[in-house]
Design a protein around this ligand. Sequence first.
Ligand code: SAM
Length: 336
Amino acid sequence: MNLEPSTSLIPNALIDRFGRIIRDLRISVTPRCNYHCTYCDPLGHTHPEPAGVLSVRDVDHFVRASALLGLDAARFTGGEPLLRKELPEMMANAAATPGIKDIAITTNGTLFRRRHKELLEAGLNRVNISLDAIDQTVFAKATGGGDVKVVLDAIDLALELNLHPVKINAVSIRGINDNEIINMARLSLEKPLHVRFIEYMHLNNSQLEVYKNAFLPGSEAKAMIEQEFGTLEVVPTDPSSPARVFKIAGSQGSIGFINPISEPFCGACSRMRLTADRKVRACLLTDRELDAGAAFDSQNPIEGIIDVLLEAAHRKERMGDILPKIRERTMVAIGG
Ligand code: SAM
């Protein structure tokens, strides 16, 4: 029996009430992480996968349903996605889905050397690696004991493998890694790396005063970098990209600022998220989620998921809650 829905009944683009076209999937394949970054509120990685976690089949159905609605890029995240042993299988299925053009991961890099071959075979096109500092003491403080050498090695490997553009994600936090902003920016001079400074979002349920004191606007990070390296050159970018991108004169790479709090880019948001516990979430900074469990378990999962996606797009907020507040979930459980 053919369970694929008749494509003539499906809109060929997922458009929300505000006219935004949803093209990008973020799939969180596990809430577990082997780092303990306080800004993210990690669940321990020693726990087994929680009951009801997304299966390979679930991800396959979700990607196929999304592709029928015109979504064309799938990024796997978490938690730490490389902790999930089935990740290559999930990626390979996504890569084989008609319409999907780009397969990417966001990772802390710790397991990248160990797993890169299977990821490449599965169709990995691009990788974003998180790195908050180069100094080992600062890095260990930011990540709860991480070894920066391992992550720097993963970054070099991604360059060797020509997974361009290799993007580095650094969350700038006053009192934690603000003294490393210059060192991080320098990475883009020496190597073809695209270092993106991300504003700290209140997605860890930290005390509000602590958060407010730690928040460091992207404009301040930019001013620090310009004081050291001179005025940054503007790099033209796709307007739907969240980063405003610049270059240090003569550099091989670039420097981006992702400023969701001081310069929200919700107007150009093209994302839809699937959490590891099978909830569809249209906005990172809004708690509203749709439980897709029944759709995944139904006789016609693709049709059911299409309905959930249409409803999630219809309800997608014009703007996320950028002000600090206590959230139902922290970043690690949503998938960054
Ligand atoms: N474990 C992977 C990693 O480290 O890249 C993927 C998951 S992590 C949640 C994805 C991204 O979210 C990372 O670049 C991380 O720095 C960022 N992130 C986590 N919490 C954040 C917060 N409160 N504000 C801004 N970015 C955050």
